[in-house]
Design a binder for this molecule. Structure first.
Ligand code: NDP
Length: 331
């Protein structure tokens, strides 16, 4: 089947040349283009739901910012994040998904059909909406951090930790994510510095205990990263400020992991969709259903725990199946 099938998959509104081009009616709208969104598109397209997918601000999602992905089943030699996302997109296109540039800027989920405004201009009316907008890792905002992203600076230990086997690394953050990432890396690396800005950790007591009981984690309380150092091969160290004394401390490391939290991209849904206190969309356990009928959520926007490409893809599949079932019920 040709990739140009995408061209044929015009919505009813486009085909009929509606008098109101600012509004378009579709059956299934998917917002977001990471592994969750593309997988939802593959399943929805194969179920004849004629999905329209808007790619959002970062087509391909967070994975396009990583280098090698070695833990996604089906790629025995590994694959780069951007190539994997192109593969997923090509697969969705092959089944006729209508994939478009555009950002959802506001929504109205007060009635049926659901309304989603794209780029502040055009309104899509859809019987079902699948939210797959992902989450954005927070970074410190250092210039050197930006410079070494992908060559020593990472926001995902499970994705990139493997490349630092037997080496020394640092993790920044004092929450559960940082504690988990430090413990995970401690199993792979020679030494892990855990850099915490306060004199205590925010992480749960259980995670704090795990950190304390892990021999090769050195916790540096009241330290803040000032600069990441490196050469054209990548990161070689970091300069930290000891907040108590004001002195600079130099550490030698090959990897610098930022684990200071994620921001789920759920802001535009807040008026309608229930979230937890951190903004993650709540779904009914064992499903992708949100509190609004016909609106489903998948991927990192509803997952503070796993945040893996494969779990996102799995939940994208769930969302498409839930959407298909719902459409069958409403007729
Ligand atoms: P959190 O917001 O809980 O923690 C962020 C950490 O990063 C805090 O220690 C914070 O410091 C620190 N931080 C923030 N900004 C900076 C900065 N600019 N410089 C240095 N340090 C900074 O995020 P998490 O991702 O850890 O957790 C998010 C949620 O997910 C939590 O509710 C957590 O419990 C949950 N979670 C649960 C897991 C589990 O149950 N297995 C696993 C992972 C997460 P400070 O404390 O000073 O603000």
């Amino acid at each position: 089947m040709s990739f140009f099938k995408q061209m044929d998959n015009k919505s009813e509104n486009e085909k009929s040349g509606s008098s109101n081009p600012a509004t378009e009616k579709v059956k299934c709208l998917i917002i977001g283009s990471g592994p969750a969104g593309y997988t939802a598109a593959i399943y929805a397209a194969r179920a004849n739901l004629n999905p329209v997918l808007y790619e959002g601000l970062q087509p391909g999602g967070q994975l396009t910012t990583t280098t090698e992905v070695e833990n996604f089943p089906g790629y025995p030699q590994g694959v780069t994040g951007p190539v994997m996302m192109e593969d997923l997109k090509a697969q969705a296109l092959r089944f006729g998904a209508d994939i478009r540039f555009g950002i959802a800027t506001s929504v109205d989920f007060s009635g049926h059909p659901h309304k989603v405004v794209i780029d502040d201009e055009k309104t899509i009316e859809s019987s079902v909406v699948i939210i797959a907008t992902g989450a954005t890792a927070k970074y410190l905002g250092l210039e050197s951090e930006e410079k070494f992203k992908g060559s020593g600076v990472s926001a995902c230990a499970t994705c990139d930790g493997f490349f630092y086997r037997g080496k020394d690394v640092a993790v920044v953050g004092g929450g559960d994510t940082a504690a988990e990432e430090a413990c995970y890396l401690a199993g792979l690396c020679k030494k892990v510095y855990l850099i915490i800005r306060r004199d205590e950790m925010r992480a749960s007591k259980a995670m704090q205990e795990r950190v304390k009981n892990t021999q090769n984690i050195e916790v540096l309380f009241e330290h803040a990263p000032k600069e990441i150092t490196g050469d054209n091969m990548g990161v070689t160290g970091a300069i930290l400020t000891n907040k108590k004394t004001g002195a600079d401390v130099q550490i030698t490391i090959d990897g610098f992991f930022v684990a200071i939290g994620h921001h789920p991209n759920s802001d535009i849904f807040q008026n309608y969709i229930e979230t937890d206190p951190n903004g993650y969309i709540k779904t009914i356990p064992g499903s992708s259903k949100t509190n609004v009928k016909g609106v489903f959520a998948c991927g990192d926007v509803q997952d503070p725990h796993y945040r893996q490409a494969i779990t996102a893809a799995g939940s994208g599949c769930m969302a498409a199946l839930d959407a298909e079932r719902y459409l069958g019920e409403i007729g």
